[in-house]
Design a protein around this ligand. Structure first.
Ligand code: NDP
Length: 452
C-alpha cells in the first residue's frame, strides 16, 4: 500500500521536531508534522527558554547590590515587566520561526492544526481530512496538572506567568517541585512578595536531601516565605486577588495564586486507545525501550511517555527513533545518569545517585563541603555553595554529584561527562584544580564527611 508519508509526527515540540528533521533531512523520509499551537512546544514557548530568560532578568536585583559592593555607583530602579515581556515575546517569535525554518529546510510538510490518530496508519486533521503514513510518532508533550478545586478557583499555572500583563505585588505558589521552586525564586528576584506552600516536609522531593536543605535555606534567606508541611485548604476571590486559607490555619490575600503541582501527558482525545495504543495510569503512552507503542507502526517520545520529562531526553528519544526506523542504525535513548539543573537561586545541578539512594545500594563515602564563594564573600553576602560527591566505597566510582551554587548547571554538565565515563574519586583527586573557581572544590575534597 502506498502511504501519503513515511512518517507523520503529531506535536511540534523538542522531541517531535528532532525526529521529523532527522528522518526527513538526514534519512530522506517523506515527513509531515502537525502542531496545533505554536511551533517549539513547551520548552521553547512556555518552559525552559522563557523561564531561563526570566531567571536572567530576576538576577539583576542582587547583581546591582553586588556591583555596589565592588565599587560601582549604581542605583536600581524598578523592574519594568512590560518592557521585559515585549523583548521576551520578540525572542520567542524569533525562536519559533527558527524551528519552523529548520523543518522546512529539512523538507518536512507542516500542518498548523490539531491531528489525531485515526488508525494504525492514518491521522485525522482538524479539517476532517485524513492522511496516511507508514509510521506515526506521538510527541504531544504534557500540560500542567491542577487539582479540580483549585482549577475551579481560577488559579494560574506556569503557562500563564509568561503571559501576565503586570506582575502582582504578591503571589502564592503551591508545590515543591522544579517549577514551583524556580518560579518562587524568579518572582522573588523581580520584587514580588512570594509565599510558597508545599505539602511535604521538604521541597524538591527525590533529590539529594542535603542539597534540598541547602536550597530551601537559601530561598528563605532570600526572603521567600516557604512553608513546608502546609497545603491550601480554601481559595476565594476577593477584590484584587484571592483569599487563601492554609491547612496550618494561616490566612492571607494574594494578588495571584500559581499552582505548580506537576504535569500530565497530553493524550486526551487523540484517538490512541481506539487505535490500540496502551496508556498508563496517568494517561501516558506506554512504550518499550525503542519508543514503540503496542501498535507497531506507532511510536511516542518525550513528556507524553512520562519517562524522564526533560527536553534533552525528548530530543535523544526523537533522534534515536528516527535513526532506528529510517536510518537503519538501531539506537535506544539512554535514560541512565541524566544530569539536570533546577534554576533556583542559587542554582542546583545534579547527576547520578542521591546520598540516600546510594546508601541503600551499598557502602558509600560522602564528600561534601559548603563554603562562601569568593565573589559573594567579598560582597558581604552570606550565601554558601555546596559541592558534594557520593562515592562507592568498594569500586571508588563517583555515583553522584550535587552542586548548589551560581552556575551549578554549567558545572554539572562537565561533572556528568566524567561520571558517565566511570570516574573514580581518585580520578577527581588526580585532576589539577583550576584556581580560583568554585568548582575546584570538587577535586580537593580530601576526607569523607560520612561513611555508610
Ligand atoms: P514536579 O513533579 O517536579 O513537582 C510537583 C509538585 O507538586 C510536587 O512538589 C508535588 O508534591 C506537588 N503536588 C502534586 N500534586 C499536588 C496536589 N494535589 N496538591 C498539592 N501539591 C501537589 O512537577 P513540576 O510541575 O514542578 O515539573 C514537571 C516536570 O517538568 C519536572 O518533573 C521536570 O521533569 C520538568 N521540569 C524541568 C525543569 C528543569 O530541568 N530545570 C524545570 C521545570 C520542569 P509531592 O512531592 O508531595 O508529590
Amino acid at each position: 500500500m502506498a502511504f501519503d508519508y513515511d512518517l507523520f509526527v503529531i506535536g511540534g515540540g523538542s522531541g517531535g521536531v528532532r525526529a521529523a528533521r532527522i528522518a526527513a533531512g538526514e534519512h530522506g523520509a517523506r515527513v509531515a508534522l502537525a502542531e496545533e499551537d505554536r511551533m517549539g512546544g513547551t520548552c521553547v514557548i512556555r518552559g525552559c527558554v522563557p523561564k531561563k530568560l526570566m531567571v536572567f532578568a530576576s538576577s539583576f536585583r542582587d547583581g546591582i547590590a553586588e556591583a555596589r559592593a565592588y565599587g560601582w555607583e549604581v542605583t536600581a530602579g524598578g523592574f519594568d515587566w512590560p518592557a521585559f515581556r515585549a523583548r521576551l515575546d520578540a525572542e520567542l517569535d524569533r525562536l519559533e520561526a527558527a524551528y519552523r525554518g529548520g523543518l522546512e529546510r529539512a523538507g518536512v510538510t507542516v500542518f498548523d492544526t490539531r491531528a489525531t490518530l485515526a488508525d494504525a496508519h492514518s491521522v485525522r486533521l482538524a479539517s476532517g481530512r485524513t492522511v496516511s503514513a507508514k509510521h506515526v510518532l506521538i510527541a504531544t508533550g504534557g500540560r500542567p496538572f491542577v487539582p479540580a478545586t483549585a482549577a475551579a478557583a481560577g488559579v494560574l499555572t506556569s503557562n500563564d506567568i509568561f503571559r501576565l500583563d503586570a506582575l502582582p505585588a504578591s503571589v502564592l505558589i503551591v508545590g515543591g517541585g522544579f517549577i514551583a521552586c524556580e518560579f518562587a525564586c524568579i518572582l522573588n528576584g523581580m520584587g514580588v512578595k512570594v509565599t510558597q506552600v508545599y505539602r511535604g516536609e521538604q521541597i524538591l522531593r527525590g533529590f539529594d536531601r542535603e542539597a534540598r536543605d541547602h536550597v530551601a535555606e537559601h530561598m528563605r534567606a532570600a526572603g521567600i516565605d516557604l512553608r513546608t508541611g502546609c497545603d491550601v485548604a480554601r481559595i476565594e476571590p476577593v477584590p484584587g486577588g484571592s483569599r487563601v486559607v492554609a491547612t496550618d490555619g494561616g490566612e492571607a490575600v494574594f494578588g495571584k495564586v500559581v499552582y505548580a503541582t506537576g504535569r500530565q501527558p497530553n493524550t486526551e482525545g487523540l484517538g490512541l486507545e481506539a487505535a490500540g495504543v496502551k496508556l498508563g495510569k496517568r494517561g501516558e503512552v506506554m512504550v518499550d525501550e525503542w519508543s514503540q507503542t503496542a501498535v507497531p507502526s506507532v511510536y511516542a517520545v518525550g513528556d507524553v511517555t512520562d519517562r524522564i520529562n526533560l527536553t534533552p531526553v525528548a530530543i535523544r528519544e526523537g533522534h534515536a527513533f528516527a535513526d532506528t526506523v529510517f536510518g537503519g542504525t538501531p539506537a535506544r535513548a539512554d535514560h541512565g545518569l541524566v544530569p539536570s539543573a533546577v534554576f533556583t537561586r542559587p542554582e542546583f545541578g545534579t547527576v547520578g545517585l542521591t546520598e540516600e539512594a546510594a546508601r541503600a545500594a551499598g557502602p558509600i563515602e560522602v564528600y561534601s563541603t559548603a563554603f562562601r564563594p569568593m565573589r559573594s564573600a567579598f560582597a558581604g553576602r552570606p550565601d554558601r555553595a555546596l559541592m558534594k560527591l557520593v562515592v562507592a566505597a568498594d569500586t571508588r566510582r563517583v555515583l553522584g554529584c550535587h552542586i548548589v551554587a551560581p552556575e551549578a548547571g554549567e558545572m554539572i554538565q562537565l561533572a556528568a561527562v566524567a561520571i558517565r565515563m566511570g570516574a573514580t574519586k581518585e580520578d577527581f583527586d588526580r585532576t589539577v584544580a583550576v584556581h580560583p573557581v568554585m568548582a575546584e572544590e570538587l577535586v580537593t575534597l580530601r576526607k569523607p564527611v560520612r561513611t555508610a
